[in-house]
Write a protein that binds this ligand. Structure first.
Ligand SMILES: *[C@@H]1O[C@H](CO)[C@@H](O)[C@H](O)[C@H]1NC(C)=O
Ligand SMILES: *[C@@H]1O[C@H](CO)[C@@H](O)[C@H](O)[C@H]1NC(C)=O
Ligand SMILES: *[C@@H]1O[C@H](CO)[C@@H](O)[C@H](O)[C@H]1NC(C)=O
Ligand SMILES: *[C@@H]1O[C@H](CO)[C@@H](O)[C@H](O)[C@H]1NC(C)=O
Ligand SMILES: *[C@@H]1O[C@H](CO)[C@@H](O)[C@H](O)[C@H]1NC(C)=O
Ligand SMILES: *[C@@H]1O[C@H](CO)[C@@H](O)[C@H](O)[C@H]1NC(C)=O
Ligand SMILES: CC(=O)N[C@H]1CO[C@H](CO)[C@@H](O)[C@@H]1O
Length: 912
């Protein structure tokens, strides 16, 4: 956009201010590159760091007043991480609070020990970040003026032509981002239908860039509204940050020449390691908006049982609430005693229950509504610029919003959870779903809450009559009432986060700035900054202004909710699924991809969405609404989606109120597809849990794009409809509408068909399969892998854990393979004992080592070696295995050796 057009966004007030600044107006630059930038003075270089004063070289005044004096700080935090901070010299500007984004520890290295070099020019100031090993320039602001104004900061880097850039989510673009004419806006937004190219629910300003020389990462820690623009300029890719506040706080990650996932691990050190999830969280989840009452919820549970489809967790959307007031239930439609019956039934059958909680509380004074009254008493609701409670409109009508920055909000939130979700007197939920936390409001801008609530019909009246309060449920399934054993609720001290420096500093609100309509308008698809959300001039209890912290709301709700859930069941892992996230949220919660639609585009595109959150943003527990949320699904789409869903980390069928029902049992074809896919998922569950556990330990992705495994193969760089589940399971779903054929890429490598175990040589070319049944999905094992499979699937993950293992050895072309297995009790935050097994296969010999602290209580039923034509002899720990225990499958060239030994200690098995 031109400056002139931008100027039309200026408020009258600002025009007045600017008009009096004749000098600046006269010198106003036309574009950022016309600005003179800053000159570096007093450059102070030590062995560990570099600091400099940056002094404005000439007025720029593109979108307001320049900040004349800046401070540059460069520190070498560890060998792979360079921290570059450009802030106002006074250090008064807003920075992301450490309570929301704890800073990584710095090893405070010597510059010479860093893999990265910081090179700069003084007049005008520009800098390059260079990887020393190969002199590769990773970031280069040369020729692009730094602009640093009150409400507009800008920095641009030149990158190679058509750069391979991944990340900068949340978005529904391709996984590899367009490298021309492209704007990625960060402004968390309730984005029904998740339109391509628009700002969505989350903000993750991290990108990975892949080159033939290696893969590196660049993270901008800034929570203000940002447009990142990517264009081709003079034969190069120009990546430009345009933020409307905050500072430039960059973390450069050197990555690796050979292994792109190294950047994921380096970023995990910055963003925080993701949370471990309870094992049952990987089971299949059923949800919908519009389950009318407790009878319907119970019927869905029963119908899943009758159909023989494993249902691990049943969910209830806002339908359970009375008039959609959070922390209430409708006594007619969802009476507590009947819901408790459902919860007891689920628990007795090793199943689980989750409900939704929204942040916004119905503004209902004098109604005896605890959640409102308590919040008002504690003074924890967010206030508008006039000092009164800020009102928006959400499901219940006019609402207020908790102010997560208020020190009393945590105890308020924890208490509401303790009361409403009390295991004895209330709803004993096992996990939590949080929504509308962008924060969303149905109110346009400007907002008249009363009028919007009235005209939108909030809250809506129920459209069905109440059920018979004594309606029998689960009549044809045996009933028993047994909650989770008390013994698991061991008391463990909850460590509160320490007070940290950056929180203590809320910059003064500047009355001459426009926080509602700043001069630079980011490309927010909702329009004005305050449209459909909390007003950006609302002031938090610590003085921070919503303008700066809007993008943190969902993550702060996540942090508070995680603490509240942990307080209910101390010592246990939490499963919390949120809609809105900021960088670092994965340390507390998982995420679903929001309100997508039942379309083939959304089905396909979900792979790119999951890849971003798992492999880049470190929010690994992620998945879309399987079969699609909005719009009616079809039998073929839901079949395909049921099979793809089985490979998402988070696997949940969820549907919109009023759409065609889409539980998997609704169609025979979808039932078969779901059963088939769940059979594969559950047999692979310990393999995947091992991968996700590894991610919680060092950030190694548990869902990998193809180029992470074949970085030198250019054909893989743009692929985002195939992925690796864990390190070694290649999934290539059918992507065309109603089709039974699929063309996908097989890298030059050895693979094995997961179903038949037959070997397949990848040629570094596309292959086409023409008869992929709707119940099926192409799955291959990458050569070089030892897979610890459960020998058979089960109806719940609890039952699954009682099944024996089958070890599958899939050798690479060189005849070797390796793998790992991690098992713990699946629920505790602190484990008393774990089992960690390592599998190595070479020269026809499988060696199993490790420690077996956690008692698996199962056997290894067999070891299956693929791609061998061995006639033995077969020896287990040196002793010959009976011929009758060996089954050779000539068709697939595999050998299955029944060993049936307890899985309690190391062993070796030789097959040749
Ligand atoms: C750039 O993108 C905009 C919006 O997506 C589109 O309307 C326009 O045609 C594109 N311009 C070019 C040159 O591709
Ligand atoms: C459950 O199954 C019964 C029998 O097929 C059917 O009548 C009922 O509509 C189903 N209910 C739900 C909620 O799926
Ligand atoms: C709900 O029903 C009541 C009573 O019939 C009516 O007064 C009210 O306007 C209805 N509310 C909405 C949102 O339709
Ligand atoms: C407030 O903003 C005005 C206009 O940009 C600026 O002149 C002034 O220095 C600012 N005040 C502070 C304390 O930053
Ligand atoms: C695909 O199949 C569904 C039934 O599952 C059908 O409703 C739809 O019209 C088909 N689409 C096309 C393009 O034929
Ligand atoms: C594989 O097919 C896709 C289209 O289905 C195409 O875009 C891609 O270039 C092909 N890859 C190779 C290596 O031929
Ligand atoms: C198929 C699918 O899940 N599509 C999209 C659903 O919505 C999220 C955004 O919230 C996207 O990331 C998914 O790709």
């Amino acid at each position: 956009m031109t400056t002139l057009k931008r100027l039309s966004f200026l408020s009258l007030l600002q025009l007045c201010v600017l008009a009096t600044q004749d000098v600046q107006l006269a010198q106003r630059a036309a574009t950022p590159d016309d600005c003179a930038g800053y000159n570096a003075r007093n450059v102070h270089q030590t062995a560990h760091s570099l600091t400099a004063d940056l002094v404005l070289a000439g007025a720029c005044a593109l979108y307001g007043e320049d900040i004349p004096n800046l401070k540059l700080t460069v520190s070498y935090e560890d060998s792979s991480r360079l921290h570059v901070k450009i802030a106002d010299a006074a250090g008064k500007r807003y920075q992301v609070p450490e309570s929301v984004f704890p800073r990584p520890k710095s090893a405070n290295l010597l510059a010479v020990q860093s893999e990265l070099e910081f090179k700069y020019k003084t007049a005008p100031f520009s800098f390059q970040v260079i990887r020393k090993a190969d002199k590769e320039v990773l970031f280069d602001t040369t020729g692009h003026a730094l602009v640093f104004e009150q409400q507009y900061i800008r920095l641009q880097t030149s990158l190679p032509p058509s750069a391979n850039i991944y990340g900068l989510g949340e978005h529904t673009n391709t996984f590899r981002l367009p490298s021309n004419n492209f704007t990625r806006t960060f402004w968390n937004r309730d984005a029904y239908g998740v339109a391509e190219g628009t700002n969505l629910y989350s903000t993750h300003p991290i990108y990975f860039e892949h080159r033939t020389t290696g893969t590196h990462g660049v993270f901008l820690l800034n929570s203000n509204g940002i447009d990142v623009k990517i264009n081709q300029v003079n034969g190069k890719t120009a990546l430009e940050y345009n933020a409307i506040g905050g500072i430039f706080d960059f973390y450069f990650l050197s990555g690796s020449k050979k292994d792109p996932s190294e950047v994921s691990r380096q970023y995990a050190k910055v963003a925080g390691l993701p949370a471990e999830v309870p094992y049952w969280g990987f089971g299949f989840h059923q949800c919908r908006y519009g389950y009318q009452n407790f009878v319907e919820v119970a019927d869905v549970v029963a119908n899943y049982s009758k159909a023989g489809i494993p249902l691990e967790t049943m969910w209830t959307d806002i339908d359970y609430m009375k008039d959609r007031w959070v922390f209430t239930n409708d006594p007619q439609y969802f009476p507590t005693n009947r819901v408790q019956e459902i919860i007891h039934y689920l628990h007795a059958h090793d199943q689980h229950y989750i409900v939704m909680v929204d942040p916004a509380v119905a503004a209902q004074p004098n109604k005896g509504y605890g959640a409102y009254d308590n919040g008002v008493k504690d003074g924890i609701f967010l206030k508008g610029s006039d000092g009164n409670l800020f009102h928006g409109v959400v499901w219940p009508g006019v609402t207020v919003y908790p102010d997560w920055f208020n020190p009393k909000t945590q105890s308020y939130w924890t208490n509401e959870f303790k009361t409403f979700f009390d295991p004895k007197s209330g709803w004993d939920i096992d996990g939590l779903w949080i929504d509308m936390n962008e924060a969303a409001s149905f109110c346009p801008y400007p907002c008249d809450p009363e009028a919007t609530a009235a005209s939108g019909g909030f809250p809506p009246n129920r459209t069905t009559p109440p059920p018979d309060p004594n309606a029998p449920i689960f009549t044809d399934v045996k009933r028993s009432a047994m909650p989770l054993p008390e013994s698991v609720y061991t008391d463990v001290e909850i460590v509160e986060r320490e007070d940290v420096s950056i929180d203590a500093r809320a910059p003064a609100i500047n009355a001459s700035l426009n926080y509602l309509e700043p001069p630079y308008a980011i490309a927010n698809a909702a329009g004005a900054l305050s449209a459909s959300t909390v007003y950006t001039d609302a002031v938090h209890s610590n003085g921070l202004i919503e303008y700066d912290v809007h993008n943190l709301y969902g993550t702060m709700m996540s942090i508070a909710s995680q603490k509240a859930m942990e307080a209910r069941r101390p010592g246990l892992r939490t499963l919390i699924i949120t809609r809105s996230t900021f960088a670092g949220a994965g340390a507390k919660v998982g995420k679903w991809l929001g309100d997508n639609l039942s379309t083939w585009w959304h089905y396909r595109n979900s792979v790119a969405g999951v890849l971003g959150f798992n492999a880049i943003y470190q929010v690994p527990m992620v998945g879309p609404d399987t079969c699609g949320f909005g719009a009616d699904t079809t039998e073929f789409l839901c079949s395909r989606w049921a099979t793809l869903g089985a490979f998402y980390p988070f696997y949940r069928n969820h549907n919109q109120d009023g759409q065609r029902p889409q539980e998997f049992y609704r169609w025979p074809l979808v039932t078969a597809a779901a059963k088939n896919a769940l059979d594969i998922r559950y047999r692979l569950l310990d393999y995947f849990n091992t991968a996700l556990h590894a991610q919680t330990v060092d950030g190694s992705p548990s869902w990998n794009p193809l180029f992470f495994k074949y970085p030198a193969d250019k054909n893989t760089w743009g692929i985002d409809t195939q992925f690796f589940f864990g390190d070694s399971i290649l999934v290539s779903p059918v992507v065309e509408e109603n089709s039974t054929s699929v063309t996908f890429y097989l890298p030059k490598d050895k693979f094995y068909d997961f179903k038949t175990f037959a070997p397949i040589e990848g040629k570094g070319a596309n292959v086409t399969l023409n008869d992929v049944a709707f119940t099926d999905i192409p799955v291959y094992i990458r050569g070089g892998t030892v897979l610890p499979l459960r020998a058979k699937s089960a109806m719940t993950t609890t039952a699954l854990r009682k099944n024996d293992f089958q070890i599958v050895v899939a050798p690479a072309a060189d005849g070797t393979a390796s793998g790992k297995l991690y098992v713990d009790d699946g629920v505790s935050l602190k484990q008393k004992a774990t089992t960690e097994v390592s599998f190595k296969y070479a020269k026809g010999r499988l060696t199993v080592t490790g420690h077996f602290g956690y008692k698996l209580g199962v056997k290894i039923s067999s070891v299956t070696v693929l791609g061998v034509k061995s006639s033995g002899p077969y020896k287990l720990d040196g002793k010959a295995v009976a011929k009758t225990s060996v089954a050779v499958n000539a068709a697939s060239q595999s050998v299955d050796v029944k060993i049936g030994i307890p899985f309690t200690k190391p062993f070796t098995l030789s097959v040749a």
